[in-house]
Write a protein that binds this ligand. Structure first.
Ligand code: KG4
Ligand code: ZN
Length: 408
């Protein structure tokens, strides 16, 4: 019951006492966010100012590293095993009771069907039991907007999302308004790095056995000579903002097999030049991302899509935690006068906080809040915003050369 400061938890009829309804209106709104779109089971309780009251995350990374990739049924099983505990932990750490929540926000698209299904099933049971509004969340929109929890970034801004499942460039015009400028035509950057790491057998490297492919490549690349190998940068003659990493992944795999034959190394053993290959692969991925991003900036400027004052590039997704890639992107933003913002690594990878924050953004604008949930479905495939990639291609902007070189 509402505690009256004068009379304790009783009905209070005194004139100066704030009514229960008014008190509720003054209390900050609080959202429980739930994420299960891929291989992390995440939950977080956030207030409307972006303060994380409680959170919990169960990562399936180690299991998927052991099996050499994500097996959807295994991911589903692990989400099912952990979701209840993860949500309970987030609530316990926050000290918030379910009845104090303003709403529950959950990722419903895009992602692995079997994984999305677990989060949605759990959430719908939860909101029905506690009679709470439900906010369905687009995973990529959530990645794109996480930065606003920490920095006052106004719309519009340019956003680059690079993860294991996605690589795309978009213009964020509002919380649910995006223009898609480019996306990967085959595999995502993180997926390519994961496969390269596997071809290099980095699981058997003493410093890399618990790291994701991208993290392992970044670590080894620090001591490698990127000039020892030359991999062709993808799509050099195509003047759009799309990406492609499958060809690069194949080039690197072929170079690895060749070296294995030369060194008489069996598959599974480590090559002597493993650090050089890591450095060269990382650089080629970074420069491909940088060139497409450079073009997106020039396109945005030429069409008046970016603000004159303090135009910003936001970079997020698991691969955005790569320091080398961030530094290469900084060269691009410095040259074009943009401000570069990346959420901290912990918020770049999948988590419940970004979903709860997206719920807060939607609550504040009264967008997409559902009190009836019978119709809610998950959607494995869901584009981000309005696709204007062909308009970008038609503009055929030639990017001036930039020295993408980092002094280590
Ligand atoms: O966003 P995320 O946690 O999950 C989704 O894919 O949605 O991203 C995971 C991806 C993996 O491919 C992983 O190898 C990559 O992000 N990654 C990195 C780094 N940390 C994680 N790639 C490059 N450098 C890193 N430091
Ligand atoms: Zn993600």
């Amino acid at each position: 019951m509402f505690p009256c400061v004068l009379n304790g938890p009783v009905r209070c009829w005194m004139k100066h006492c704030i009514s229960r309804r008014a008190f509720t209106a003054l209390r900050p709104r609080i959202v429980l966010g739930i994420e299960t779109s891929c291989d992390e089971t995440g939950a977080a309780v956030l207030d409307e100012t972006g303060i994380i009251l409680g959170e919990s995350l169960h990562s399936q990374k180690q299991t998927h590293l052991d099996t050499g990739g994500i097996i959807p049924t295994v991911a589903q099983h692990l989400h099912r095993e952990n979701i209840c505990r993860v949500v309970q932990e987030a609530l316990d750490r926050s000290g918030i009771e379910p009845n104090e929540l303003t709403a529950v926000a959950t990722t419903v698209k895009p992602g692995l069907s079997l994984s999305l299904g677990i989060g949605l099933e759990f959430s719908l049971k939860f909101v029905r039991l506690h009679e709470k509004p439900f906010i369905p969340i687009h995973h990529m929109e959530a990645h794109a907007l996480t930065v606003r929890m920490l920095h006052p970034v106004d719309f519009p801004f340019l956003v680059l999302l690079v993860s294991g499942g996605h690589t795309l460039l978009a213009l964020a015009k509002g919380i649910d308004e995006f223009l898609l400028l480019g996306q990967t035509l085959d595999v995502a950057a993180g997926d390519a790095l994961d496969k390269i790491a596997r071809s290099l057998s980095l699981r058997n490297h003493p410093e890399c056995s618990t790291l994701s492919g991208g993290q392992a490549i970044e670590l080894l690349a620090k001591e490698g000579n990127r000039l020892a190998f030359h991999f062709k940068s993808p799509m050099g003659q195509i003047y759009d903002c799309n990406f492609s990493f499958a060809g690069l992944r194949n080039q690197v795999t072929m170079a690895i097999r060749k070296k294995e034959r030369e060194e008489g190394v069996e598959t599974g053993q480590l090559l002597s030049c493993v650090k050089d290959i890591a450095a060269a692969s990382q650089h080629t991925v970074a420069s491909h991302i940088a060139k497409r991003t450079h073009r997106a900036i020039l396109f945005g400027k030429s069409k008046g899509l970016l603000p004159q004052h303090n135009p910003t590039l936001v970079v997020s997704g698991g691969v955005a935690s790569n320091e080398y890639i961030r530094q290469i992107l900084k060269i691009v933003t410095d040259a074009t006068g943009l401000h570069l913002l990346c959420p901290p690594s912990k918020l770049c990878t999948d988590n419940g906080v970004m979903i709860a924050w997206n719920g807060i953004e939607r609550l504040k604008q009264g967008k997409g809040i559902m009190s009836h949930t019978e119709e809610v479905k998950y959607e494995p495939k869901a584009p981000l915003g309005l696709d204007i990639t062909s308009e970008v291609k038609d503009a055929a902007i030639k990017v001036p050369p930039l020295k993408l070189r980092i002094n280590s």
